[in-house]
Design a protein around this ligand. Structure first.
Ligand code: LLP
Length: 415
């Protein structure tokens, strides 16, 4: 459930008319709802009841400092994949002791900073990363907490670009190789066994693949326990899907209940790394219709947002709902491709949408709170949109619109 609803014939973000936000900050603009973000985070947290757990929000989904800060205030942990994300978490007031560091290609400087600030653990997925970590930890006189990310080889049944838990993907360590690596960690005086993790993909709409992955992880954890190697937590990654269109993903409460049932009273601490399920439906992208263009083949609504602002439709052919901010009944509904000004045929936000549109009308692309702004770029030298956080009846400019000057900041011509 989210807090973007129609009242008196127009779309509101919490208690603020979206049209008023567009009037104040212009378009295109990302608009986030505080109440929605918090509700989604709490849904995961509350579902565990008294079972030991930590919700580590996946920063890559939406890394605005204001968003991270809200979650940090709730006591959230964070899943990061770069030193940039680590610094964001720290600046937003996140607790480094609740940070897990994922990713296949962690550089030495990234490992060093994470060791310095004392993160919860490194989700290691390349054996050589252990050598690097061990050397750095020794140099720094510390122990590096390690969780191995295993590849459970389960089919997440999602888009191939965002499926990560199959043998042919670059992610994770083969389950069969893991026990030896754990023995190596346990024997090292500069590494410490912390946990085990997996992440099988994103936008999953069924619980079964998660349960299959949990089974693999449990089997490994119990095998290790039998030889005296004790893990402190099981981290099942992120990946719970949301409704964009007609998907029916399990609710966080249903997903967590299924995990706890499968755990059957075993008291491992569970970590989850949800990104999309927290931020996705907590944001919209507001855009204005510039032109309605008729070609011999079809109608195009050319809007002021483009693939550089929201890449998902172009990259994954993702379907995101596009709704009018002020629905009209004074003009005919037509079928439109909603496209941006970028010079690419793939520059669309939606295709074949039935809408009653006039030039100048505002549209909202829904479910844009995750992998929206974070995947945006300056392609076609387009300044990126502002991010506005709505909090009840108040607006907070969480990131100002980029200026033209921002576009060439850091660039130099030859002397
Ligand atoms: N943990 C790890 C290790 C991950 O790689 C990811 C996402 C997550 C957690 C969070 O997954 P979520 O709960 O958000 O599904 N750009 C794509 C999604 C890529 C996801 C990458 N990894 C999209 O827009 O659909």
């Amino acid at each position: 459930m989210d807090f973007f609803d129609y009242r008196d014939g127009e779309l509101y973000a919490e208690d603020v008319p979206v049209a008023a936000i567009a009037a104040e900050y212009g378009t295109p603009a990302y608009v986030y709802s505080r109440a929605t973000l918090e509700r989604h985070w709490r849904a995961f947290d509350a579902a565990f009841g008294g079972h030991p757990h930590l919700i580590c929000y996946a920063v890559k989904a939406n890394s605005n400092l204001a968003v991270l800060n809200l979650l940090a205030r709730l006591g959230s942990g964070f899943d990061i994949v770069s030193v940039g994300e680590l610094e964001r978490v720290l600046r937003a007031g996140g607790d480094p002791a609740k940070v897990v560091f994922s990713g296949v290609g962690k550089r030495e400087d990234e490992l060093r900073l994470a060791l310095e600030v004392g993160i919860r653990c490194f989700n290691v997925e390349v054996p050589q990363e252990l050598d690097r970590l061990e050397r750095l930890a020794e140099e720094m006189g510390v122990r590096a907490p390690v969780s191995l990310r295993v590849n459970p080889d389960v089919d997440a049944r999602t888009h191939p670009y965002i499926a990560t838990g199959l043998k042919e993907n670059k992610f994770g360590i083969d389950v069969a190789e893991a026990p030896d690596l754990y023995r190596r960690i346990a024997d090292s005086s500069h590494l410490e066994v912390e946990g085990i993790d997996c992440h099988i993909g994103s936008q999953l709409t069924h619980v079964e693949p998660f349960l299959d992955a949990l089974d693999r992880v449990l089997e490994l954890a119990e095998g290790l326990a039998a030889e005296g190697i004790t893990l402190r937590h099981l981290d099942l990654g992120g990946g719970l899907g949301i409704r964009y269109h007609d998907e029916n993903p399990p609710l966080p409460a249903e997903y967590v209940a299924a995990l706890l049932e499968r755990l059957g009273g075993r008291d491992w601490e569970i970590l989850l790394e949800p990104g999309r399920a927290i931020a996705g439906n907590a944001g919209i992208l507001v855009t204005r219709v510039e032109y309605l263009k008729r070609t011999p083949a079809k109608w195009f609504a050319i809007v002021d947002a483009a693939m550089n602002d929201l890449l998902r439709p172009a990259l994954y052919d993702a379907w995101q709902e596009i709704v009018p901010v002020r629905p009209r009944d004074d003009i005919p509904v037509r079928e439109y491709d909603i496209v941006g000004p970028v010079c690419e045929t793939g520059d669309f936000l939606g295709r074949g949408r039935h809408l009653a549109l006039g030039e100048g009308d505002l549209l909202a692309v829904r479910s844009a709170g995750a992998y929206g702004f974070t995947m945006s770029s300056n392609y076609n030298s387009r300044p990126r949109p502002p991010e506005i956080l709505v909090d009840g009846g108040r607006l907070h400019l969480a990131r100002r619109r980029e200026t033209l000057e921002d576009l060439w900041r850091g660039e130099q011509v030859l002397p």
